[in-house]
Unconditional design. Sequence first.
Length: 318
Amino acid sequence: DKFKRWFEFDALAFSPRYRLIRDASDETIGNAAQFQVVGRGHFKFDKKGRYSIHLGLYTGNNITGGWNNTGWGTGDAQTNLYLKQLYFAAKPVDGLEIQVGGIGFNNGVATEVTGYDNDAYLTGERVSVRLPKKAYFDEISVTNGYLGDIRAPSVFGRLKHLNKSNFHQFLVKKVLNKHISFSADYTFEGGRDFLRQAIKFKLPESGILDTILFENYQRLDPDPGYGFSLYGEKTVHKKLVLGAGFARIDAPMFNADRFPPGNRFYASATWRLTRDFSVTPFFIQAIGDLPARTSQRTRFDLIFTFNILETLRRYKLH
């Protein structure tokens, strides 16, 4: 209890997966067993946790990859773990948070399909205001930082760039009611200007779908472009959630590596067998022409997730 008073885990999970990838010529370019480790927590400097240091320990040998190869199938075995996230957070008053250091991206209501990869990080600072009664929006977020050192997974190799800036983002997020929420942002990223918007609808449980999410981006400069994703989800059982969608990505970005340029249909299912164990198959199929022969045409992931933190809580060990 004394330890928990000053340190708390935010996430602790282990996920093995099988991944199969075929290119535009239907040649297998990826057929491997991989694993992912996620460990996030924070040290508190005061009992209320207004001032804290946050840490994130992950697998993956670059800042946009979060998985290690086991050596079974394609790819050499990897055992590395890196501290990819390390930042100081301050909440001096209610509704205001300041973060400085190695931080993650803020996608708002959008996902990594059109936003930034969940495994990606930048070095910089973020100021977030959450005062919906005074400022209308549930969140107003301003981020300034440096996006680079793609092959430097450890945060210690990137903190030296805290004095550099090639990334700026201004984002707003609003929950209109229990059925509708949206976010919008303007982002400058190393010479490219983006606008992004996303809107989520939560429908009555008696409907065909429980959730509909539409997210899109407009690249304004230097090469104008557009992409989007439309996704629907349905809980068919307390422990089973089905989802499907269609995405169009027009050019390479720092979004999820599962969604390179092209038009793709995707479908997934999440079966939560217990409170701390779930199984997720994920299928993606490109439709139409692809920009290169080596582009992903078909991809299948089968992911098993062990939520270790939930297990610890269940046995009152955390």
